[in-house]
Design a protein around this ligand. Sequence first.
Ligand SMILES: CC(C)(COP(=O)(O)OP(=O)(O)OC[C@H]1O[C@@H](n2cnc3c(N)ncnc32)[C@H](O)[C@@H]1OP(=O)(O)O)[C@@H](O)C(=O)NCCC(=O)NCCS
Length: 263
Amino acid sequence: MSAPPVPGGFRRATPFTLESDGQRFDGAMALVAAPPAELEAAALGELAPDEAQLLTERLAPARRHSLLAGRRAAKDALGLLAPELDRRDIHVLPGLFGQPVVTMPGRANVQVTLAHAGQAALALAHPEACPMGVDLERFVPAHLGALREQTTAREREAVRVAMPGDEGQQLLLLWSLKEALSKALRTGLTVPFALLETTHLSPVPGGVTAQFANFAQYEGIAFAAAPFVAAVARPRLALWPARDGNTLPVRLRDWLGALATLG
Ligand SMILES: CC(C)(COP(=O)(O)OP(=O)(O)OC[C@H]1O[C@@H](n2cnc3c(N)ncnc32)[C@H](O)[C@@H]1OP(=O)(O)O)[C@@H](O)C(=O)NCCC(=O)NCCS
């Protein structure tokens, strides 16, 4: 079933900073949603020629749309880090594992992680030195059983305590945290789900933070605003500066809430 249209679209972007032991990591995040016709009309001014070649005749319409929405979000985020560049000078192409690989003139070691759900896409640009992953999901009731199967009893109990409420949202939150981690690791979901197990879930307004049983070096944060869930995985040592009042997670939570009101 295709996602309902997004009236008027949605487009937000913000820079952010992470700090670790005196080192500073600058990144940017963008969340977009737009109907296919708008993205198609803008594609010529958005895509580098090698990116445009990804839009082959064989692509299903939904995949074509997600590819365009994802590139828009990626370039909104990357563009904040390199505002002097034309969007067509920023190249986001799939690596051998499908992972997005960024090249842009004058900037080395900047990468992006991205996700799409329905008409929406979330992207987070980050220095290669600070590997990160994001996920964005839209709840589909038919997936409830599969979501349940990919969790342990311990995880289900932990998320029930950390975020009491709808089971679908709880399970999607766990899924999303794992998928965000899998992108930071560049494996995607090719590894056994159990390897990505979450632990130490703690409530935060609108969502949870989590650690990972087998990847103690990462920490996750995820927010739910039905029907959407979004998650970010980042190195545990890289902290949001206290002076910013947790700017990025709070923005993500608020944007997700705003996106959810569009349907
Ligand atoms: C990564 C993965 C979990 C994404 O799941 P999804 O629900 O289909 O899609 P999402 O919208 O959440 O994310 C898609 C984005 O993840 C990114 N991605 C894909 N593979 C990735 C990987 N191995 N590592 C990090 N990011 C990856 C891409 O940017 C992709 O968007 P794009 O193709 O438009 O650039 C899934 O594609 C996967 O498990 N891939 C594993 C690698 C694989 O099997 N590749 C097949 C070719 S060898």
